[in-house]
Write a protein that binds this ligand. Structure first.
Ligand code: NG6
Ligand code: CA
Length: 504
């Protein structure tokens, strides 16, 4: 009997071993997998039902989270957009580039065209690369002429195809740009953009509030397009102007078309959703669906987009050979410049989950975001508490496609993303509006910073304090107990390690 049991054990064990072998060989046998990043804008750690939201249902995001790996310590590199996107594509911490701040719509390209980028690496391995959605990494070299070829931009840093909005939905120019050309532009009605002064005769939110669907704060009260006042002034380009309520459908259609037309070759698609960033303009199909006003409604809309997009991948037979990473560029904010009832209608929903802070904050909710890795049939569903950052995606994806490229800041987390290990990062630099903090294991160090403790208009705690702050996230996930005084040794250790990386 013992012999039989032993034999059985050996058979079981060796079949397990075969399974792991199978996973590691998958990439080689099936050819290079497609890679898709679905990247939301300002989606908070607590905004998805898979991450604990009870007042809103996000079945399509949840499908990826529950059938893939849901990371509970996954980070954007920064608590604002442009820096996070910079790190996502370059594998370099944004604080290394002094220009990596929230960019105006007229900012020059933030990424050096000579710099390593993920899409460039993928191209060298035979991939077709595309971006659809929000760019917000600058365009041109200063003084962009929106009526001719806009360059350099995504196509000069590694994307074969780009269909983007230049900056944010609340910034001009409010037009789509395809491969460097404004889509649908009538040459007889050229676009002019200025971030300092208005064009004569153009209405603004400040002067013509009667034209608005909802009011903006002073910064968001410049050019009015579709009844929404924006940051920055703009004139012309009427036929090219986007319709805010159609943006989600528009980008979705472009993303679907992209995967359909590139399914015969390995491709990388960066699908950068615009939701739930302001202005929140759900398509009428979604108005009222969340009961939370526009912010909830656009999360429902984004979830629907994810569902439709996954359906397309399924119909095209691509799901089994596509690694999908889902995340967000920074944490959530309720009032980000428009009167859209995000606070009034929030009810019991907690966009930050149990975390402290939010967008712009050095506290956890600024940078800790939903982070999901999904690959049908290849990644075993699970939950991981390992620390992983979006800055790691460059090296990890490079590894996946057989490239050896690594950047200093980007750690190879491929095995973690594929569920073959639960070993994540030992430490990570966090960033928010040009300030940095440090996570090491369960510990977080926030150095002293001047400035307000709370952004009054936005209701977000910045993390600023005259004192060092030290938190232990395993005991205190909401960062209420500053242990800097009571644990001077830990404090010293973290300061030393933090400074070593900051100075490197
Ligand atoms: C801020 C805007 C905010 C938003 C943010 C960019 C003001 C007062 N606030 O400057 O509304 O546009 O920039 O958000 O202008 S991000 O997600 O792209 O970083
Ligand atoms: Ca953002």
């Amino acid at each position: 009997n013992l012999k039989v049991i032993l034999l059985l054990l050996i058979i079981i064990l060796s079949s397990c071993k075969d399974k792991t072998k199978e996973i590691t060989q998958v990439v080689k046998e099936d050819g290079p997998p497609n890679i898709i990043f679905i990247y939301a804008d300002d989606l908070g750690y607590g905004d998805l039902s898979a991450y604990g939201a009870t007042e809103i249902a996000t079945p399509n995001f949840d499908n990826l989270a529950t059938n893939g790996i849901k990371f509970t310590n996954g980070y954007a590199t920064s608590a604002t957009c442009s820096p996070s996107r910079y790190a996502l594509l370059t594998g370099t911490y944004p604080w290394r580039n002094k220009n990596a701040k929230i960019l105006p719509g007229t900012a020059p390209l933030l990424i050096d065209t000579a710099q390593v980028t993920l899409p460039k690496i993928l191209k060298t391995q035979g991939y077709h690369t595309g971006i659809v959605g929000k760019w917000h990494l600058g365009l041109g070299t200063g003084n962009v002429d929106w009526n001719s070829h806009i360059s350099p931009g995504p196509n000069e840093v590694g994307f074969d195809y780009s269909y983007i909005m230049a900056a944010t939905q609340d910034r001009v120019p409010t037009v789509y740009i395809q491969d460097g050309y404004v889509d649908n532009l009538d040459p007889n009605d050229p676009i002019l953009v200025d971030y300092d002064k208005n064009f004569e005769g153009e209405p603004t939110g400040t002067e013509n509030p009667e034209l608005l669907k909802f009011k903006g704060d002073p910064q968001h009260s410049n050019a009015i397009v579709n009844g929404v006042s924006r940051i920055g002034f703009m004139k012309g380009g009427q036929s090219a102007r986007w319709i805010d309520e159609d943006m989600a459908d528009h980008f979705l259609a472009k993303a679907q078309a992209y995967v359909k037309s590139h399914k015969e070759e390995p491709f990388f698609l960066y699908y950068a959703l615009q939701q739930p960033h302001v202005p929140r303009t759900p398509n009428p199909r979604f108005v009222g669906t969340s009961g939370m006003g526009p912010r909830g409604d656009v999360i429902m809309e984004a979830d629907w987009c994810v569902g439709e997009f996954i359906k397309t991948l399924e119909q095209e037979g691509l799901l089994e050979n596509t690694l999908i990473i889902v995340s967000s560029d920074n944490g959530p904010v309720l009032d980000d410049g428009y009167e859209d009832q995000a606070i009034e209608k929030l009810g019991n929903h907690k966009p930050t989950g149990e975390l402290r802070g939010g967008k712009y904050s050095l506290f956890e909710a600024g940078t800790r975001v939903p982070f999901i890795a999904y690959w049908k049939g290849k990644i075993k569903p699970g939950v991981s508490d390992a620390i992983v950052s979006q800055v790691d995606l460059l090296s990890s994806m490079a590894q996946l496609v057989g490239s050896e490229v690594l950047t200093k800041d980007s750690e190879n987390m491929l095995d973690l993303l594929l569920g073959k290990t639960n070993q994540g990062r030992e430490n990570l630099i966090l960033e928010a509006t040009s300030r940095t903090a440090f996570r090491q294991g369960d510990w977080v160090l926030i150095p002293p910073y001047d400035g307000p403790k709370v952004l009054i208009n936005k209701g977000v705690e910045t993390g600023n304090s005259k004192e060092f702050q030290l938190y232990n996230l395993s005991e205190d996930p909401h960062q209420d107990q500053n242990l800097a005084q009571s644990n001077p040794e830990k404090l010293k250790e973290l300061i030393t390690n933090f400074e070593a990386i900051r100075g490197s």
